[in-house]
Design a protein around this ligand. Structure first.
Ligand code: FAD
Length: 420
């Protein structure tokens, strides 16, 4: 467990990134009884906090930042976790087992956990860096966006129809801004959900006044000292006071790849979250792993569930009790009064079944691949979410007509099924 070198300038476990995964890894180590020194080096100035509210209640002004902390501040000291905040790890020397920080300081480690997440992907067109072009990844981003709204911005263009773009559209519309949402693909949520869900959310947003356009390409952001508009590829111009870009993330893995870890978009990890470098783990948004729920394909999952569960897997492995990462993926999104909960991974599905009535604003879309249930997207349908879990975990073969029949409970369909 602890290494003999423990002392100033050395940490038995050094965690890079004080976000969801890094924080949970530190707590999990202590929960597993780990008694060595644990340090988190985090680029942000705040102690670990939840990111999901940044595009939901926090952006809306309904939740104070203090309520976003993953643990009360004093817990980190109580758990003997050394937080080194406002510091960035810029280099890793896997052989010497040291990291270099942005102030030039070096810290040694026994084991490294890389939990650096990702940065919001920026647009590459002209004007992409103008003041008034916002992303929503860190607290500072959400604060900047709120400040712009409080300063009087009334017209917003949101680029990207994924969860973050749609959540931002819901909040900004509710706050009274006029919102145009631009999606380059033919439908919103195209990468993460089936057509039924995309159509439902597009209609909801349009019904609330969002000018939602698909198949639209941004050519240039216009402005000088600040943003004044967005020019589209067809030459038309949308006047606006601010732009929100929600087009995915770029994993923060540079120093680790430069140190020799295998990876590409993300860093490769094995079943217990080890990278190809000795004593170096990677967890959370930046960790590319083979996932059973994706038919063994190598994926990165960007979710609180994945961050937390990978943290536990790494902690157990470090404590000498390795258990493979097999957690069932789940996720949620809140837009207006719609609570979406998803379980499983729908990518690659070939059949979808709608259960319930979208017109009632409470329904589920069940995705199947080769006749097996692989995912559920449940809108205001907590019961389906809870009961459908077993169907996903057992990769159940159930006739679509039975799944669609909302008079029969999913738990009854799942009962008696045996996992493959
Ligand atoms: P992060 O939480 O991003 O933490 C990484 C930390 O590492 C950051 O603080 C970063 O600054 C720091 N860092 C990066 N590089 C370095 C370095 N070199 N040195 C030191 N520190 C570094 N998931 C859900 O399941 N449901 C939701 O509803 C949901 N909503 C979301 C809404 C928003 C606006 C965002 C941004 C994300 C949302 N997510 C949601 C995703 C979820 O928050 C992430 O999957 C999760 O935070 C990933 O945790 P992580 O620790 O891997 O990365």
């Amino acid at each position: 467990m602890p290494t003999p070198e423990a002392g100033p300038g050395h940490s038995d476990v050094l965690i890079v990134g004080g976000g969801q995964a890094g924080a949970h890894a530190a707590l999990s180590l202590r929960q597993q009884g780990y008694s060595g020194t644990v340090t988190i080096v985090g680029r942000e100035p705040d102690p670990p906090y939840e990111r999901p509210p940044l595009s939901k209640e926090y952006l809306a002004g309904d939740k104070a930042f203090e309520r976003l902390h993953l643990r009360p501040r004093e817990v980190w000291a109580e758990k003997d976790v050394d937080l080194r905040l406002g510091r960035t790890v810029v280099a890793v020397d896997a052989g010497a087992k040291t990291v270099t920080l942005d102030d030039g300081a070096r810290t040694g480690f026994g084991t490294l956990i890389w939990a650096a997440g990702g940065d919001a992907r920026r647009l590459t067109c002209e004007g992409a860096e103008l003041p008034g072009v916002h992303t929503v990844r860190h607290r500072a981003d959400a604060d900047g966006l709120r400040a712009a709204i409080e300063a009087g911005a009334r017209r917003a263009v949101i680029v990207g129809g994924g969860y973050i773009g749609l959540e931002a559209a819901a909040v900004l519309t509710t706050l009274g801004l006029s919102v145009t949402l631009l999606e380059a693909l033919p439908r919103v949520l195209a990468r993460v959900a089936g057509e039924e869900l995309s159509a439902f959310y597009a209609a909801e947003h349009r019904g609330r006044g969002v000018d939602l356009r698909t198949g639209v390409v941004v050519d240039r952001i216009l402005g000088g000292d600040t943003v004044t508009g967005v020019r589209l590829a067809d030459g038309s111009v949308l006047d606006c006071d601010l732009v929100v870009v929600g087009v995915g993330i770029v994993p923060c893995v540079g120093p680790l790849l430069e140190a020799g870890a295998a990876g590409g978009v993300g860093v490769d990890v094995d079943a217990v979250c080890r990278t190809t470098l000795p004593d170096v783990y990677a967890i959370g948004d930046c960790a590319a792993h083979a996932n059973d729920f994706a038919d063994g394909a190598v994926v990165r999952l960007e979710s609180v569930q994945n961050a937390n569960d990978m943290a536990v897997v790494a902690a157990k492995s470090i404590c000498g009790r390795p258990e493979a990462y097999t957690a069932t993926p789940w996720f949620w999104s809140t837009q207006y009064d719609l609570k979406l909960q998803t379980i499983g991974l729908s990518a690659g599905s070939d059949t979808t079944v709608v259960r319930g009535d979208p017109a009632q604003r409470a329904f589920s879309v069940i995705s199947l691949r080769n006749g097996r249930v692989v995912a559920l997207d449940c809108v205001n349908s907590v019961k389906d979410f809870v009961q459908g879990r077993a169907l996903v975990e057992k990769a159940a073969v159930v006739a679509p007509a039975l799944l669609a029949d909302s008079s029969s409970a999913l738990k009854d369909l799942a009962a008696g099924l045996v996992a493959p």
